[in-house]
Design a protein around this ligand. Structure first.
Ligand code: XMP
Length: 509
């Protein structure tokens, strides 16, 4: 494995992605990780990430300097390089202004980390301070016009530093440089595959859970579904999944899920229908945050009551992913302001004394999808677009009523069918319909209508942090609009949402 020490760079997850793309396992840990722990991980190499600080700032992040004496190869990137050079007796110059953007890197010799890299190559810089004087044993391996010491190496000790970022796409040969570090310097092997992960993970879950019982909140999304299959393979009937039908799902969603999990995969599931409870509590509520809070609270109550019926349960499984863990442990991961109170299925009820099992906690989303495929999960589930915990409640603007739910479900089904058959489903991050709380006048046949308006939302995104509205062809949008107005009684107008995030959000509430 490769250990990545996180000095707070916005790119630290990218470093991990790059390493894993080479089928090498890596882990991101905060700077205060202790030496004993590092030794126990037996890393083949250490990467020190960049970060926004200057090493001269009072509270700049630091790790134990003895990592440079462990005989383990180290690659310092940007702040990581400056930290290493400073720790080993070199000097870092405070910058008067930041250098940001592309820079042509002139490589001294095409050996070591620069094997296979052109003599002049594009790199991406984002730094303030730079190295002034190197410690003994280090030499300059590459320079740019503004930065004389843009790369350095102490070959004998296997210590390397880059002032630029090899992990970003803007450094086209960055992958080759990282590959040289991983395989030539650290001697890593390409053994990290989802097949090997599945095998090890199943064995580990079996050892942890043994013949005890485990509960899992199943939402039908890819994360909880993959977790369910993985745990089922490890402990079979000792896994019980709980699926709460809140009455806010898409058309036939609960039925479809039942079929997949119970009939095809033979997984133990308890379906709890709590539709009435949810709808009653939501009656007359129009405020988005109130809706979210109510749904979150009832979900917990229902889930907890059901879980208590499972006698002897000692574990609670969750489909937590690696980005959630990294964000909560990051050196700079301060609390961000609450835009929307997210409700996620499977949160640990506070007073339940269950031990957590989170088998996906070191995986990224795309790895979870590959794992799902490896485990034989249905393609439709693997590629399912995200669906929010509060479901259609946050896509019906205003009051939620049975009739309005039914209208939205019918519209949503037509939209989904069209998006699927046209081949857009996988290309879009999300596509859905929103029912508006206003009516408009229309004419159907010879009569006047006064009916509902729906908005279609389709966005592209990599991680939901930012999103762009999808440029769907006008002809295609026209076809969807015609179908909706002709087939769904109660709708006489369709509009298309052309706002991006930010400043809008993906969901309307
Ligand atoms: P927004 O609307 O904030 O949504 O741009 C970002 C992403 O999160 C999804 N979303 C949720 N997911 N529970 C979830 O599990 C929630 O309460 C929730 N609210 C929004 C949304 O669909 C989008 O993918």
């Amino acid at each position: 494995m490769i250990l990545i020490i996180d000095f707070g760079s916005q790119y630290n997850q990218l470093i991990a992605r790059r390493v894993r793309e080479f089928h090498v396992y890596c882990q991101i840990d905060p700077p205060d990780i202790d030496i004993a722990h590092i030794n126990s991980l037996k890393p083949k190499g250490i990467i020190l990430s960049g970060g926004p600080s200057s090493i001269y700032e009072k509270n700049s992040p630091k790790c134990d300097e003895s990592i440079f004496n462990l005989g383990i190869p180290v690659l310092g990137i940007c702040y990581g390089m400056q930290f290493m050079i400073n720790a080993l007796g070199g000097t870092v110059k405070r910058a008067r202004k930041r250098e940001y953007g592309f820079a042509a890197l002139k490589v001294k010799t095409q050996t070591g980390l620069f094997k296979g890299v052109d003599e002049t190559t594009k790199t991406w810089m984002s730094h303030g301070d730079s190295i002034e004087k190197l410690p003994r044993g280090f030499r300059i391996t590459a320079s740019t016009k503004n930065t004389k010491i843009a790369a350095t190496a102490h070959v004998k000790k296997n210590l390397y530093g880059f002032q630029f970022h090899p992990e970003v796409h803007h450094t086209p040969k960055g992958k080759a440089m990282l590959r040289n570090f991983l395989f030539d310097v650290c001697g890593c092997k390409r053994t990290w595959t989802m097949k090997s992960f599945a095998k090890d993970s199943i064995a580990q879950i079996r050892e942890t859970i043994g013949d005890k019982k485990v509960i899992l909140g199943l939402s039908g999304g890819v994360d909880s579904s993959v977790t369910a299959i993985l745990i089922h393979k490890a402990v079979g009937k000792n896994l019980t999944c709980i699926f709460v039908d809140n009455g806010l799902l898409r058309k036939d969603e609960a039925e479809k899920l039942k079929k997949t999990f119970k009939q095809h995969l033979n997984i133990n599931i308890r379906f709890v229908s709590a539709k009435i409870q949810f709808l009653k509590a939501l009656s007359k509520v129009t405020d988005p945050e109130k809706k979210r809070k109510i749904i979150g609270k009832i979900f917990m109550n229902v889930f907890e009551a059901e879980a208590r019926k499972i006698k002897g349960a000692e574990f609670l499984a969750q489909g937590t992913l690696y980005p959630d863990i990294i964000e909560s442990q990051s050196a700079f991961g301060g609390p961000t302001s609450v835009i929307k109170s997210h409700h996620n299925v499977g949160g640990l009820p506070k007073n339940m004394k269950l031990k957590l099992v989170e088998p996906l906690k070191y995986l990224f989303k795309d790895e979870v999808r590959i794992l799902g495929k490896e485990l034989g999960l249905d393609e439709n589930l693997i590629w399912r677009q995200p669906f929010p915990g509060p479901g259609l409640a946050i896509r019906i603007i205003g009051e939620i009523k049975k009739r309005r739910l039914s209208i939205l479900r019918d519209v949503d089904e037509i939209l989904l069918e069209e998006i699927r058959t046209s081949g857009y489903y996988k290309k879009l991050w999300q596509s859905f319909a929103v029912l508006l709380p206003i009516k408009s006048v229309g004419v159907m046949g010879d009569s006047r209508t006064y009916e509902n308006i729906v908005a279609i939302r389709a966005v592209t995104s990599k991680d939901a942090m930012t999103a762009d509205w999808a440029r769907l062809p006008h002809k295609f949008l026209g076809h969807i609009s015609n179908r909706i107005i002709n087939e769904v009684v109660g709708v006489n107008r369709v509009v298309y949402d052309i706002s991006s995030k930010p400043p809008s959000t993906i969901e309307w509430e």
